[in-house]
Design a protein around this ligand. Structure first.
Ligand code: SAH
Ligand code: SF4
Length: 356
């Protein structure tokens, strides 16, 4: 007969449901004397029906409904939500168990809904143009804290649109926290859970070469975006200290290998900063990199960060840079700035908003 060991763990030691991939959950339940298929049932309730109170899980025996609450914590962290004036962008500021704050952003365009999630509280990599980098690294997020961001954003949009994309472009360097990030991806990807296709998930990295190779070996099939931001090592060294460890040629090599292994085109992200990396020669070199990979280019006009002196180029300069790329590069997009007024745009996450 199936019955959970009658333990009454304190709330602190009850593991979060959202940190368990289904196979691990089955193992965890097994150790409690419960059948493995209960993991499938719980996944269906939580991720497919969005029911997170065990008392409402009507196909579980009444005794089990009580026990589940004692062995798995299904609470989600509270989030403070800020909406842009047009209502298309929301910034969520989560307060985690230890009081740490972490931010996520949801963006709706006519074509798609995108959830931008954080992987760390702060970031150690100190890119010279990024608000998160200025915080330093406070700590890594756990898998459940990553999954929770997605669930809370899904709740915010009432799961009306299940065709959302996830980009690891919030706070932190996802490849510096690869274990929890890959576990979260497996959980989000599970066909008995949210069933989010790998094509809908993109991991953005500043260019940690060994971890790019590791990500390829993990075979998660997710998209890779590489934050390039410069076309010479001299400029990239200045913008991104990580370049001193893995310079442009090495990181492009790793990106090429990743793209070939996974069978997907890598994206080159290029934050355009006035007078720093926006010359016609930069455009030509960037186009050549993109052709050689092959890859898509995503131009991100620099978003202002208080205390930093970098400048966004004017609209004409942005257009000219893109126009020079178009005939030379395989695919170019200019990222729309969304959520600038709530400090939710790329590179602005890090507790900048006065309301938070
Ligand atoms: N740490 C990862 C992912 C998070 S940042 C990475 O660096 O790739 C998401 C993107 O925004 C990165 O390409 C990053 O370089 C860029 N970014 C950072 N600060 C920015 C700013 N102030 N303006 C525009 N883009 C910025
Ligand atoms: Fe970290 Fe990415 Fe910001 Fe660089 S751009 S400091 S890697 S979050």
């Amino acid at each position: 007969m199936e019955s959970a060991i009658p333990i009454l763990p304190s709330n602190d030691s009850t593991p979060s449901f959202y940190g368990f991939a289904r196979a691990r959950l089955a193992g965890h339940l097994g150790r409690m004397g419960l059948s493995a298929y209960r993991a499938d049932q719980l996944f269906a309730w939580v991720y497919q029906k969005q029911v997170r109170e065990p008392s409402r899980m009507t196909n579980l025996p009444a005794s089990l409904r009580q026990e589940v609450g004692a062995i798995l914590d299904m609470a989600l962290p509270p989030a403070h939500v800020l909406a842009s004036a047009d209502g298309d962008t929301h910034k969520l500021v989560f307060t985690l168990e230890d009081g740490a704050r972490v931010e996520s952003v949801s963006m709706r365009t006519p074509k798609r809904l995108t959830f931008c999630v954080s992987s760390q509280v702060g970031c150690a990599l100190k890119c010279a143009f990024c608000a998160t980098g200025r915080m330093g690294l406070l700590r890594n997020l756990r898998a459940e804290e990553i999954v929770a961001q997605v669930l809370v954003m899904g709740d915010l949009h009432q799961w009306r649109d299940d065709r959302f994309n996830i980009v690891f472009m919030g706070m932190g360097e996802p490849l510096a926290n690869l274990g929890p990030v890959s576990e979260a991806i497996r959980i989000l990807h599970d066909e008995r859970g949210l069933n989010l296709g790998a094509r809908r998930i993109t991991v953005s990295t500043s260019g940690l070469v060994p971890q790019i190779r590791e990500l390829a070996r993990l075979d998660l099939q997710v998209g890779l975006a590489l934050s390039l931001h410069a076309t010479t090592d001299e400029v990239r060294d200045r913008l991104m200290p990580v370049n001193r460890r893995w310079p442009i040629a090495e990181v492009l090599d790793a990106a090429r290998e990743y793209g070939a292994t996974v069978g997907r085109r890598v994206t080159l992200e290029y934050t355009l900063i006035g007078g720093v990396n926006d010359s016609p020669e930069d455009a030509d070199r960037l186009a050549a990199f993109a052709r050689a990979l092959p890859s898509k280019i995503n131009i991100i006009p620099y978003n202002p960060v208080p205390g930093l002196e970098w400048k966004r180029p004017g609209p004409r300069a942005i257009d000219e840079f893109a126009a020079r790329l178009y005939p030379r590069a395989p695919a170019v997009t200019v990222r729309n700035t969304m959520g600038g007024e709530i400090w939710a745009a790329c590179g602005q996450l890090g507790g900048l908003s006065p309301q938070t």
